[in-house]
Design a protein around this ligand. Structure first.
Ligand code: PHE
Length: 339
């Protein structure tokens, strides 16, 4: 192709693109591609010097007049667009407006606390196991030595689904499910949701989270139980936190205890969170009752074990000083974004 044919070709390309351009942005792109300093037209001009000397003056002249023509065409088209009120991309964008903040996703505060609890017990040799949220009466109550007329079985406390199915009221049934499948030694942590048909208020919700921990082997004692719980509390809340074991009762442990920690909000002086008692209950625990071992075929003469059930929501409320459990379940972003 001769130089003048290439000029013609370029002219046609630019004019076609001009016809097709319907926005200022497209015109700017066209200008950059063909008529800017590094555009296709400038590239073509560089080839001038390779032409025979006698052709150069004429070719240079027609190149110059074409450039002038195309610049003018583009200019008049730009002007026409501007008169119709079109804006360049730069004019569209208001750099002075405040930016949009985008939020990163993160774990729910309860999940964060649950993960930390699991991490601490994992360090003490506990493995994680899970059981179903929908349980039978057998696993939730019978196998755990609840008498037939125990008040917890009442419709007031338990959500009954169909036939024999209920929503588990605690994570202790996971003990029985694990014992049925594994022989001692077992050292398990079982986190999960539990459900209670209770009046909803700042301290109790119809569902909440527990972490069940249990260890069965030959020669496990109450001192072992105390050891892991003290180690956990100091690791989670800090070395200075005091705790106390209070005698209590559960059908599936004997002896049983509840563990309180010195209120971390008022440091024991008394405040609305600890109801002016200075102490807050965070878990139930005890030595697993021989009746439970009998139900799963463990020899109670050979094995002993402890179990504990931590209230995750309660622990999270203390850690973050939250005075209403319902906040965890409302998914109000103003609340969740603080963690
Ligand atoms: N399951 C009991 C509850 O929900 C807590 C518990 C667990 C007590 C393990 C003793 C041993 O209240």
């Amino acid at each position: 192709m001769t130089f003048s044919e290439r000029l013609e070709e370029l002219e046609k390309a630019v004019i076609d693109r001009l016809e097709l351009s319907s926005t200022l942005g497209e015109l700017e792109e066209l200008k950059a591609e063909y008529l800017s300093r590094k555009g296709k037209f400038s590239l073509l001009l560089r080839e001038l010097k390779e032409l025979p000397a006698e052709e150069k003056p004429k070719a240079g002249e027609s190149a110059n007049s074409l450039k002038k023509k195309l610049d003018e065409l583009l200019q008049s088209r730009l002007l026409a667009f501007k008169e119709k009120g079109q804006k360049t991309p730069e004019e569209f964008f208001d750099f002075t407006l405040p930016g949009h903040r985008s939020w990163e996703g993160k774990h729910h505060p309860l999940t964060q606390v649950l993960d930390r609890i699991i991490e601490i017990f994992y360090g003490m040799g506990f493995e994680v196991a899970q059981g179903p949220d929908i349980e039978t009466n057998y696993y939730n109550f019978d196998s755990l030595n609840f008498p037939q007329d125990h008040p917890a079985r009442d419709m007031q406390d338990t959500f009954y689904l169909a036939n024999d199915l209920i929503l588990r009221t605690h994570t202790s049934p996971v003990q029985v499910r694990v014992f049925e499948k594994k022989n001692p030694p077992v050292k398990i942590l079982a986190p999960g949701r539990v459900y209670r048909h209770e009046a909803i208020n700042a301290r109790s919700y119809c569902l909440f989270y527990q972490v069940e921990g249990f260890y069965v082997d030959e020669g496990v004692t109450f001192a072992d139980l105390k050891g892991v719980l003290v180690a956990f509390v100091k690791e989670f809340f800090g070395k200075e936190v005091e705790l106390r074991f209070r005698a209590s009762f559960f059908p599936f442990t004997e002896p049983s205890a509840e563990v309180d920690i010195r209120c971390i909000i008022c440091k024991g002086k008394g405040c609305s969170v600890c109801k002016y008692r200075g102490w807050l209950e965070i878990l139930g625990a005890g030595m697993i009752d021989p009746e439970v071992f009998k139900a799963v075929g463990y020899d109670p003469e050979k094995y002993t074990g402890y179990a504990f059930g931590l209230g995750v929501d309660r622990i999270a409320m203390l850690k973050y000083r939250i005075d209403d459990i319902r906040l965890f379940y409302e998914n109000d972003l103003r609340f969740l974004r603080q963690f």
